[in-house]
Design a binder for this molecule. Sequence first.
Ligand SMILES: Cc1cc2nc3c(=O)[nH]c(=O)nc-3n(C[C@H](O)[C@H](O)[C@H](O)COP(=O)(O)OP(=O)(O)OC[C@H]3O[C@@H](n4cnc5c(N)ncnc54)[C@H](O)[C@@H]3O)c2cc1C
Length: 482
Amino acid sequence: MASLVDNLVKIVGDQHVSDEEAVLIPYSRDQHWPFVVPKRPAVIVRPISTEEIQEIVKFANQNKIPVVPLSRGVNVRGLCTPAKDGSILLDMRRMNKILEINHDMMTATIQPGVTHGQVAIAVRKYGMRPCIPGAPATGSLLANYLLRGVYHTNAGDGIDHVCSAEFVLPDGRILKTGAVAFPNAPPHFRFTCSPDFVGLFQSMPGSMAICTEMTVKLYPLPEAEAFIGIGFNSIEEAIKPVPQLMWNKIPALLWILPQYTIIKLFARSRKDLESMRGSFPEWTIPIVIEGHQKIVDAKKELALEIINKTSSPLNKANAIPLPEEQAREFKYPRNIFGFLREGSYHALAFLGPLYQYPKYVPMMKELGVKAGYEAKNVDLLNAPIAGFWGQACYYEAEVPYTSADPKSVEMVKNFHYAVLKKLITKEYHIYGWFRPFLNPMKLIINELGTYGEIWHKIMKLIDPNEIMNPGKVFPEEKELTW
Ligand SMILES: Cc1cc2nc3c(=O)[nH]c(=O)nc-3n(C[C@H](O)[C@H](O)[C@H](O)COP(=O)(O)OP(=O)(O)OC[C@H]3O[C@@H](n4cnc5c(N)ncnc54)[C@H](O)[C@@H]3O)c2cc1C
């Protein structure tokens, strides 16, 4: 009988299939390995077209072989780590073409392997940009928009940038969603006369289908910009101006950052992490305003009025010319890897309302201290999400840890687990996890009621043989993997 490799070679050619150990090992885990158990795929396959993907999944479906899609593999949280033995890792990095840039419609149609950076460079000459996450520019824009992210531009444009998309279903059929579902419609609009199916495949991508093409929104490059930085002594005071700033759609970017987070962004060496303590306010809100010069001027005036009326900043709020390097760091953070100066990157991320921020901070610090951290090293940063209905914010809890040190790993796990358990209690009102990996899902999966039942049934309907990254959303083992 032909082997798994032989069958895949027939579809993509022998250059693009491998089951060699040295090739498979990097696919078996990511930096989140203390939290997501590493598992080696049986084989990796690198298709070049939708047709090849159709053939691969048809074969996998007939033989009930799990398939794990990967677009660029900048994944964190073990998202591309197989949950089951014997999986095919579908690496789509070769599918890296921008198929169309339409400046009239303000859209680009892209393949999975196209990076954030690639799109930003390609559309710049038309005076446009994609919505850019504060992430390595080598990530896949398509995968990021499937995951729905946190963005450092266009806070006013929300967290969803998909117009329409093409998916390969587990039986090899093509499903077109968004306007393209409608006969002969162009791909530049999301909503047609049918239910919105794009959302069905977002948040937990790769658990029902493989996206092979996506038409995404583009945004104008701003003609002008202004920067406002305000410092506060307390979190209670810092959050006061935010609702009015958001509801008036003033910021292109707004973060609420504790002092230590700012230090991590600007430190140039490990030594700076301690020596820079005390050089920034306890809480800082950087705001970037962008757009037409007249709009920027008006928004800046209104922003200062709102801040000075609703809160007591350390200094009266003012628009300050920030050194270009620092302003860029807030807009397109590249020194984000500065976070790694403390060791390994760990972030517990969730979505919740702004008004709970003053409650989250002491809870995290208390649980951090119980886990063995100094309170000053336990941080929780916040980014309000456009359009801010329900005061929706992205929260990211950070504590230092080093994956090479078992004691440090134990501490971070204890902290992480204690916070997860606390956050799902009624008192804390969180909206959900951000890009959950298996352990957070295990804590809530039995509590989802009818929603969970219907979700599970839809998955079964689309993927009856459960080949799409099985065990990723609905874990078979309820035990936590630590
Ligand atoms: C240091 C760092 C900071 C980051 N900061 C941010 C941030 O501020 N904001 C933000 O939004 N993101 C952030 N990210 C995430 C990053 O931008 C990537 O988008 C994300 O990690 C996904 O990586 P990827 O694009 O390579 O997708 P992959 O790693 O290839 O895939 C991610 C997930 O999508 C699934 N998937 C991939 N391709 C497909 C497909 N074609 N069809 C169906 N399912 C698919 C995979 O199975 C996996 O579950 C950060 C990442 C790092 C490393």
